[in-house]
Write a protein that binds this ligand. Sequence first.
Ligand SMILES: [Fe+2]
Ligand SMILES: [Fe+2]
Length: 293
Amino acid sequence: MAGPGDRAKGRGSLLAISDLHVRHAENGTVVEQLRPESPEDWLLVAGDVGDTIAQVEWALRLLAARFAKVLWSPGNHELWSLPTDPVPLRGVARYARLVELCRELGVVTPEDPYPVWEGLGGPVTVAPLFLLYDYSWRPEGLDTAQAALAEAYRTGIVCTDEYLLHPDPYESRSAWCTARVAGTARRLAERDPALPTVLMNHWPLCREPTRILRYPIFAQWCGTEATADWHRRFNAVAVVYGHLHIPRTTWYDGVRFEEVSVGYPREWRRRSGLPGQLRRILPAPAGLPPTAW
Ligand SMILES: [Fe+2]
Ligand SMILES: [Fe+2]
């Protein structure tokens, strides 16, 4: 376990944040204040940086200039095709443009080789993932995605993705998710099996974190049952995610799950702490039980 003396050795920390939503001016101010604790720090950015390509570029350019390495996974907001965005790309083409932008900025994406964190708490393979969702987290008694979606429309709790996140050229968001899960599982299986992992995905990898959603019907837009065991299967010491806008630390099967969202100003204003606190993933904060592997 790391202590204050370890920081003095200067090997940095693996830090994380998500859901910066810089469309909101106050969140832009929060991002402007984000700074590493040491020159060796890496930053995980778990999606929902902004709603347009320009917003994403602004935030990631700023962060890439400050941190030794920035890793990004897309959120649903980056994948929205807003009529007001001068970049009219949809679906896979939009994601490809975002990956291209990240490469221009030196930011690591889910399409790049997974880097190894060699600092304190390492060596650990750090894998930014892009997995989406497939409507498999349905309310009890609703056996099909169609029934769950119908119930969502009936109750008025419908994710904006239904209107703005286009899956082209896939026929559906769930088909895109299936392809992402298959390709990513192959990539993860090829990693160095001797090293544990830190997995980052915008959406949580298992359903448990969604059990406290205010509107449980919303869980269908929050992940996929296909990754329920990935934290064990791929030897994770920590899973980093966002999307729920419920920042907290929980444990499943002895693995630390970190929801690291900033969220909207109306959400973070209600909380007691300052917005934009970077969560330390590695070295594991003192006082946390070690992962049982
Ligand atoms: Fe978000
Ligand atoms: Fe999100």
